[in-house]
Ligand binder design. Structure first.
Ligand code: NAG
Length: 398
């Protein structure tokens, strides 16, 4: 048996300021305070590697270095995760033998691709969460989620009728992610999502306006929170330098209190880049699960084919940094047009390849970014001229 594959991923940092517009999905990705993060990934001759979370539940499995799907525990069968150390481990020591590979045995025979197993986190992980952390719960709806923004090219708000037209072209997803409460979108997008039997991943965009935005979410729900899976407080605000960690943590707690009083029983999180989350685990400790955006495209060392393995490896790092918490990747995708970023080349073909690779690595707990091209956004150097071109379904039909 051969010793295996060594892989070093270097996360190139770039720090280009981006003018603030409604929200900046793809600005200064993954830069944060860490200029360089190195992951040394060692895959030996172990046939299968199983990662488990703090509860000993399988988190993901990789075969011969090839990522298989993430497996999260059934929420009803999970004990509270209080102060259990993360137990990422290989099958040599895992008490949970890996499940057999689905149908084909080819994954044992195909050569290892790129990355996937996480030998050791490059950054020192924080101590596991303490008493204030809510119990680990199952994350998200089953299947894939999709992000959606209800803006016209001129930045005006889409009407309910327009949103309905857009949603008639969305299928195969179980949840829709939005980012804020402007445009009455919690109600309009929420009602379109509900009409197609999809959950809503709602958002508070401006952390400093958390009370106001939460009130808008409560008003939009009108007493029925059944279709809201998660309320996220902020998007990449710590990575952007817009908010302090303390500000975000306090806003999460405020939001949770207000929502609970209104009868909401779903999850409350903040979303930040995987780099910011790993560097500031307080963010996920205050969240009901770890919610991180992760775009392989911005790494510069990752090809479209490697996107799924890269994102899976980062999800594992996030979960580890967060004390073994369940983790959802709340944005990932690939642009179909824009400038090349090292090994990352935007093209329609590469977008398809990257998304296929991501879907191969994850069967749920992932939000694909994004439904339609976002012509309302401004392009700039920091986003490789690709900011408007991440639409998976082309131009919005409305
Ligand atoms: C928000 O959208 C909902 C759903 O379409 C609608 O019923 C409601 O009247 C809207 N509220 C405002 C203030 O526009």
């Amino acid at each position: 048996m051969k010793a295996g594959l060594h892989l070093i991923l270097t996360l190139a940092a770039f720090a280009v300021a981006q003018p603030s517009r409604r929200h900046r999905h793809v600005a200064r990705r993954q830069a944060a305070d860490i200029p360089t993060v190195t992951v040394v990934d060692v895959v030996t001759d172990v046939a299968a590697v199983v990662y488990v979370n703090g509860n000993g539940q399988p988190f993901s499995t990789s075969y011969d270095g090839q990522a298989a799907s993430l497996i999260f525990p059934d929420p009803t069968s999970v004990a509270p995760s209080s102060a259990v150390a993360p137990t990422f481990t290989s099958s040599r020591t895992s008490p949970h033998p890996p499940p057999p590979p689905a149908s084909s045995s080819s994954s044992f025979n195909t050569p290892p691709q790129a990355t996937s197993s996480l030998a050791a986190p490059a950054t020192p992980s924080s101590s596991p969460s303490s008493s204030s952390t809510p119990p680990t719960t199952g994350v998200g709806a089953s299947g894939y989620a999709l992000s959606y923004s209800p803006y016209n090219t001129d930045n005006s708000c889409k009407s309910q009728a327009q949103i309905n037209i857009d949603f008639a072209h969305i299928s195969g997803y179980s949840m829709i992610r939005i980012y804020g409460t402007d445009c009455n979108q919690t109600a309009t997008v929420g009602s379109a999502a509900a009409a197609y039997n999809m959950k809503l991943f709602a958002g508070v965009y401006d952390v400093t306006q958390v009370e106001t935005e939460i009130q808008q979410i409560i008003t939009a729900a009108n007493g029925n929170f059944d279709h809201i899976d998660t309320v996220a407080i902020g998007n990449e605000g710590v990575n952007d330098g817009t908010y302090s960690v303390g500000q975000v943590v306090s806003a999460i707690n405020t939001a949770r209190g207000l929502l609970k009083s209104a009868g909401y029983k779903g999850k409350v999180v903040t979303v930040d880049t995987f780099v910011a989350m790993i560097a500031n685990p307080e963010l996920c400790q205050a969240s009901d699960y770890a919610a991180a955006n992760c775009h392989a495209f911005f790494d510069g060392g990752v090809t479209a084919e490697q996107a799924g393995d890269f994102v899976l490896a980062q999800a594992q790092r996030v979960s580890h940094a967060c004390g073994g918490k369940d983790t959802m990747i709340t944005e990932t995708g690939w642009p179909w047009q824009g400038e090349t970023n090292g090994k990352a080349i935007p093209s329609p073909e590469n977008q398809a390849v990257a998304v296929a690779s991501i879907k191969k690595a994850f069967y749920h707990n992932i939000v694909l970014f994004t439904a339609f091209n976002d012509y309302w956004k401004q392009n700039n150097a920091g986003t490789f001229g690709a900011e408007q071109y991440w639409g998976l379904l082309g131009n919005a039909p409305s």
